[in-house]
Design a protein around this ligand. Sequence first.
Ligand code: NAD
Length: 481
Amino acid sequence: MIALNQTVAGLYIDGAWQHGPQLLAVTNPSNEQPLAQVAGGDAQAVERAALAAQQAFAGWSSTSGAQRAEVLRSIARGVEARRERLIELQSSNNGKPLGEAGMDVDDVIATFDYYAGLAEVAGLDVDVALPTDDFVARVRREPCGVVGLIVPWNFPMVTTAWKLAPALAAGCCVVLKPSEVTPLAELELAAIIAEAGLPNGVFNLVCGTGLAVGAPIASDPRIAKVSFTGSNAVGVQVMQRAAETVKGVSLELGGKSALLVLESADLALAVELACAGGFFNAGQMCSATSRVLIAEALYEDFVTLLKQRVAEIRVGDPFTGEWDMGPLVNQAQYQRVLAHIEQGVHVGAQLLLGGQRPVGQPCGYFVEPTVFTEVPLDSALWREEIFGPVLCLRRVADEAEALRLANDSEFGLVASVVGQDLQAAQRVANGLQAGLVWINAPQVIFPQTAWGGYKQSSLGRELGPWGLSAFQEIKHVVRAV
Ligand code: NAD
């Protein structure tokens, strides 16, 4: 179990914990106090981790699906057993309310259990029908090799589980790099994995910054594939580096998603979903539905109800009371979000609610739930990912305008539709350029359904059988009869 207020080993390579040369200061965003120092790695550590993974690959890739499933289930049970500790680490390192941190842990458990089930059928050979009796063909799915997993800070353990569980299920060996901002939950997860019965070298963890550790992972010739979640700017750099050794690349990037409130919507539900889509995790969600498109007939009532609902949202340190929303993750993100708000006001958007540090929160990176109207369609506020608790409202004349505006984005991760006319809601869902659409539902995510989006939001899909295929090669064996 990792200890706080100390210098913690930031490398787990070939089955051994080690201190690396790069000291990372990890802080609590609710009170700006240090939590721990993590002794992270550099390019040499990545090289050692990739080598250990390469050496372990022959053994792990030839295990049976049942053996892999056993390890994955053992990780899930380990996470279950340390649920409270993981919640504490997620909340103290990210500032998440305890309830939200609990959802993260439950998601991790469900993901490892789900891929344990898929591991049992992962590599099975399947006959392929041919137009002749002279040959038989079988298709076989094999692990793609050593994989590099790079994750961000907003749902650190969850984004890790969505990559790690299918990679191990496929039979791949792994080099994982958590975000340097929030490595604590992954360090605890690594401690759980260390006890789960994996052979040395199958799972390796290298904490560190993007340049010191992430970039070498993207370049390393031993690594066959990189699965990256993070910003578009870094995703492009990862892809460019990976191109030098023709690596496979999966990317989960940004979003600027829409929530569409149709004329038939239940208003209370629409307001509830708008708040959840904008303010869960303090809005630091790639899937934030930060553009809310409301049918003209409902607009005024929606705004009245939203004002009442937002006034009820309590913002504060998860460990000092019952809060609905925590702080932003660090000083840089805090300043970035406030700059976006200021810029929005500057270009003429109307600040309806929030936009400040909440009264009564003298320290910590807290920002009030913020709502804008009359946002210019060419402004950064409308078009760019803010990654903070900021909603933009807009009235729309009809379904066609709602769809046109929703799809007018370089992103296409998710969307939400609210309407009691289910035919209309389904029609709108069909017209949305997004990888996942919720109708009258919160942002529920099941390991069985795919995660990823259209356009510049993603390359590939995570979760479900698609998440597993991302770590597999296809081999056909064709034999003369
Ligand atoms: P980021 O791109 O700054 O960092 C992500 C990871 O990449 C971190 O581990 C970082 O250290 C590493 N990194 C930084 N520079 C690198 C480089 N040159 N080479 C290799 N790795 C490097 O993103 P962030 O600020 O940590 O997270 C926020 C972003 O993540 C948002 O844009 C959000 O939309 C996105 N995100 C997307 C999804 C999704 O599923 N689509 C999920 C969560 C977050």
